[in-house]
Design a protein around this ligand. Sequence first.
Ligand SMILES: Cc1cc2nc3c(=O)[nH]c(=O)nc-3n(C[C@H](O)[C@H](O)[C@H](O)COP(=O)(O)OP(=O)(O)OC[C@H]3O[C@@H](n4cnc5c(N)ncnc54)[C@H](O)[C@@H]3O)c2cc1C
Ligand code: FES
Length: 388
Amino acid sequence: MSLKDVMKDIEGYQEIVREIDVLNKYGTDYTAQKGQARQVLDLIHPKKLDLKVSEIIEETASTKTLRLVPANGCLPPFQAGQYLNLVVSAGGIVTSRDYSISSPPNQTAYYDITVRRIDDGFVSDFLLDTVGMGDAFETSAPAGNFFHNPLIHGDDLVFLAGGSGVTPFMSMIREAADRGTNRKIHLIYGSRSTDDVIFSDEIAAICARHPRIAWTLVVSEPPAGYAGRTGFITAGLMHDVLGGSLEGKTFFLCGPEAMYAFCRDELRKMGIPGRRIRVEMYGPPRDVSAQPGWPAGKSRDAVVKVALTDGRSIEAHAGEPLMNSLERAGIVIPALCRSGECSLCRTKLLKGEVFQPEGVKLRKSDIQFGYIHPCMAYPLSDLEIMLL
Ligand SMILES: Cc1cc2nc3c(=O)[nH]c(=O)nc-3n(C[C@H](O)[C@H](O)[C@H](O)COP(=O)(O)OP(=O)(O)OC[C@H]3O[C@@H](n4cnc5c(N)ncnc54)[C@H](O)[C@@H]3O)c2cc1C
Ligand code: FES
């Protein structure tokens, strides 16, 4: 008996031979398209983008929008709410920061990022004061999970924004307005002063045209005689402006860290379950020593030594993310979220102790085997680290 005869007796053999014949006759030969799938994927999910500034729009005294167009090729699609990690070389230091895309995804010619000045800013100052038309940047592709998924979040949305945290919501609101979706949106926008409200005219115009989109401005330091809502975004204020039942509403929260803690407590008081609250991480805290768990008596200004396994050694401040100290010393490690979320900067801690604030998403195995996220790890003692 030949091998062929033996094979015929194996269960399913005849069916498989028939299937191969059918595929040879009618199927697609993917080997002939070698590389094509990769090309399509690279167009939709490129690893990096080369963008240049095509327009600079003054939004308020402290805020500008940089309109970014591709230096070559086209822009990949994104979800309203995603951000870009923008790499800059400022004062001889290569570093990066994240900026939410404020233009809507249906606008395929450009990405807008809207940058607000902060006290003692580094990259924000550079972008606002030094960057001009035609300047080029390398960025990540659009990234992040802070976007609306109708299957999970429904179509009744409340956006809680603080200061520049309005930017991802602007993309979502512009998209809903442009595409005429059925989403119901209420933006509750907290701002310190009335002069610094970004996009106010456009938001008001959209709300006037679209009955399903509404906004409430809440000013914490109002001018004398101000007639609008004042104070903070409290449970009472939310009940008041949202009216009726809160059932089925999903709350999206984006803004400075102080606002997170405050609004989360208020939402809890209102009985909103955690699964109905979506939060965007907004980078490292400004004052890490005010975070829960920071060791009592430890000074932010303490200087420690960080030794790398390749023999290099740098100085770092306890109150600054380790990643910033590395970059200041010319050591640039991969970064995307700069909020302890994406794991891209994962580094092995061989010796010493770091503080990692709440919200840093370390895997169980990372904790067990001593991996840290330097974008949100603060050195408490001399360290020895191994870059991966
Ligand atoms: C997902 C996401 C979306 C965001 N979207 C927006 C947005 O739409 N608009 C917006 O305005 N902001 C946004 N942010 C915040 C933004 O990424 C920056 O954190 C913000 O612009 C402040 O950056 P900065 O460099 O000016 O300040 P910081 O990073 O706080 O730096 C302050 C100080 O630290 C020192 N320093 C920091 N890094 C270095 C370094 N590498 N080398 C030397 N010195 C250093 C300097 O002394 C500087 O003065 C977003 C953040 C995240 C995570
Ligand atoms: S850059 Fe995302 S975890 Fe550090």
